[in-house]
Design a binder for this molecule. Structure first.
Ligand code: GDP
Ligand code: IMO
Ligand code: MG
Length: 430
C-alpha cells in the first residue's frame, strides 16, 4: 500500500484507530507522530475492545511493527500499562514495538502542572485531559525537557530529573499556590524500574524508518487529536499543544515529505468535541443527546460526555486545505439510523455575511451562525451493509451530498459500525 498519513478532520475521536487498524493489514509499520496519552484510540476486533493511548493502533495485527515517534510526548508508565494489557491478552509486542530516543518524557510533575494550571483558570480553562501534554511540550520548546534516550544513562536522568522536580515544585507551590503532592524519591524508585523495562524499546527510530523506506516498506503515520485541535490552525487557545495536521508527520518521525503518498482525513458524519471552545453546529437539545447515546460519545481517555452536533462542511473544507487530504474516510453513518431528519451545515453567516470559508480567528468563529440544508433520515439499520449498493437510497443521498460539499474528494472508506468488519471500501489508494 502507498505510504499514508492518517489525520482527524475535526476535533478528535473521528474513529481514526478503527480505520488505522483496518488499513494495517496492508502496511508494514505504523508510527504515531504527535500528541501523547491525551489520545484515546479504540480498536474493536472480534468483539474485544482495546483503547490505545500511546501504543500505535496497528498493534493488534500480528507481525506489524509499531513505532512511537520523536514528536510524541511519552508517558512511560501509561505505555507499560498498555504493553501489560496487550501481553495479558496474548498479544506479543516483542521486537515489533519501538520508541524514539528523542521523544520527550511526560513526567508526574507535568500532570501536576497541567492540573494546577487548569484549576487556576476557572471558567476560562481549556478543559485538558490532565495528561500533562501542554507542560511537556512547553518544556521541550523551552529546552529543559527530558527525553526517552536520557533513561539510558541513569545518572544523567537522575540529575536532569532532580533539577526539573525542584523547579516544578516551586512553580506549583509558589506561582499556582497549590499543593505539590509528589515525592521525589518515590518517583525515582518507580522510574528505576521503568527504565529497566523501557531499555529494549528505545531506539533511533528516524534511522530505522530511513532503512525501512529504502527497503520499500509500507508506512502508516497515525495522527492523534484532530485538525481543529492543531496548535497553529485550530481553535486556539482551545487546542492541544502539538501540530496535529499532516505536515507534522515528517518532523514527528524524522522522514522527508517525499515519503508521503496519501493523506487520509478521518471524518465523522456528524461532529463532536470534548473540552471547551467554540462549536458552531453544536446541538444542545434532544437530538444532540440522541447522537451522544447512539454514537457512544463519551471520551475514551477521560470518560467525559462529548459535545455533539451536525456535520459541518465548512470545517471539513478547511481540513482538506490544511492537510492536503486525498481521501476521506467517513465514519459512524450508522449513528443516524433512528433520525427523521438530518442537517448538514453548508455555510456560515458571520456579521450578516454568508461565507463558505472557515474563519481564521476565534473571534469570527464565535460569531459564526451555521446555515443548514435538511435531508431525510432513512430510519433503518445500516450497520450490516457490506457494499454501497446495500445502503438505503436516503443514506446514499446524505453520503453523496456530504462528499459534494467536501470538494468531491474521493472516499476511501465508509464505516457503518465500530468493528473491523463493518467497513465498506470505496476508492482504493493508488
Ligand atoms: P479516535 O480517537 O479517532 O481513534 O476515536 P475514538 O476511539 O476516541 O472514538 C471513536 C468511537 O467510535 C470508538 O468508540 C469506536 O469504537 C467507535 N466507532 C468507530 N467507527 C464507528 C462506526 O462507524 N460506527 C459506530 N457506531 N462506532 C464507530
Ligand atoms: P484523540 O486522538 C478529543 C482535547 C481536550 C482539550 C484539548 C487540550 O482520541 O482524537 P490536552 O490534554 O491535549 O492539553 O487537551 O484537546 N483533546 C482531545 N479531544 N480527542 C483527543 O484525542 C484529544 N486529545 C486532546 O479535550 O479540549
Ligand atoms: Mg479518541
Amino acid at each position: 500500500m502507498p505510504n499514508a498519513v492518517i489525520v482527524g478532520s475535526q476535533w478528535g475521536d473521528e474513529g481514526k484507530a478503527k480505520v488505522i487498524d483496518y488499513l494495517t493489514e496492508r502496511s508494514d509499520i505504523i508510527i504515531r507522530f504527535q500528541g501523547g496519552a491525551n489520545a484515546g484510540h479504540t480498536v474493536i476486533v472480534d468483539g474485544k475492545k482495546f483503547v490505545f493511548h500511546l501504543v500505535p493502533s496497528g498493534l493488534m495485527y500480528p507481525g506489524k511493527v509499531c513505532i512511537v515517534g520523536n514528536g510524541v510526548v511519552f508517558d512511560a508508565e501509561q505505555f507499560l500499562c498498555e504493553v501489560d494489557e496487550l501481553n495479558d491478552s496474548g498479544i506479543s509486542v516483542k521486537y515489533r514495538l519501538f520508541v524514539s530516543n528523542l521523544a520527550h518524557l511526560v513526567l508526574p510533575y507535568h500532570k501536576a502542572q497541567d492540573n494546577a494550571s487548569e484549576a487556576s483558570m476557572g471558567k476560562g480553562k481549556i478543559g485538558t485531559t490532565g495528561r500533562g501534554i501542554g507542560p511537556a511540550y512547553a518544556d521541550k520548546a523551552n529546552r529543559c525537557g527530558i527525553r526517552a534516550g536520557d533513561l539510558v544513562d541513569w545518572d544523567i536522568f537522575v540529575s536532569k530529573f532532580k533539577q526539573m522536580f525542584a523547579t516544578k515544585k516551586q512553580l506549583v507551590e509558589k506561582f499556582y499556590n497549590t499543593e505539590f503532592a509528589l515525592n521525589e524519591t518515590e518517583i525515582l524508585d518507580t522510574y528505576k524500574k521503568i527504565r529497566e523495562r523501557m531499555l529494549p524499546f528505545i531506539i533511533d527510530t528516524a534511522t530505522y524508518l530511513y532503512t525501512a523506506t529504502q527497503n520499500k516498506k509500507g508506512l502508516l503515520f497515525e495522527g492523534a487529536q484532530g485538525t481543529f485541535l492543531d496548535i497553529d490552525h485550530g481553535t486556539y487557545p482551545f487546542v492541544t499543544s502539538s501540530n496535529t495536521i499532516s505536515g507534522s508527520a515528517c518532523s514527528g518521525c524524522g522522514v522527508g515529505p517525499t515519503v508521503i503518498d496519501h493523506v487520509i482525513g478521518i471524518t465523522k458524519t456528524y461532529t463532536t468535541r470534548v473540552g471547551n471552545g467554540p462549536f458552531p453546529t453544536e446541538l444542545n437539545d434532544a437530538i444532540g443527546e440522541q447522537l451522544r447515546k447512539d454514537g457512544g460519545e463519551f471520551g475514551a481517555t477521560t470518560g467525559r460526555p462529548r459535545r455533539c452536533g451536525w456535520f459541518d462542511s465548512v470545517m471539513i473544507r478547511k481540513a482538506i486545505q490544511l492537510n492536503g487530504i486525498t481521501r476521506l474516510a467517513l465514519t459512524k453513518l450508522d449513528v443516524f439510523n433512528n433520525l427523521d431528519e438530518i442537517k448538514i451545515c453548508t455555510h456560515y453567516e458571520i456579521n450578516g455575511k454568508k461565507t463558505d470559508q472557515y474563519p481564521s480567528t476565534l473571534h469570527e468563529l464565535e460569531k459564526a451562525v451555521p446555515i443548514y440544508e435538511s435531508l431525510d433520515g432513512w430510519k433503518s439499520d445500516i450497520s450490516g451493509c457490506k457494499k454501497m449498493s446495500d445502503l438505503p437510497s436516503k443514506a446514499l443521498a446524505y453520503y453523496n451530498r456530504l462528499l459534494k460539499l467536501c470538494y468531491d474528494v474521493p472516499a476511501l472508506i465508509l464505516s457503518v459500525g465500530p468493528d473491523r468488519t463493518q467497513t465498506i471500501e470505496i476508492t482504493p489508494l493508488d
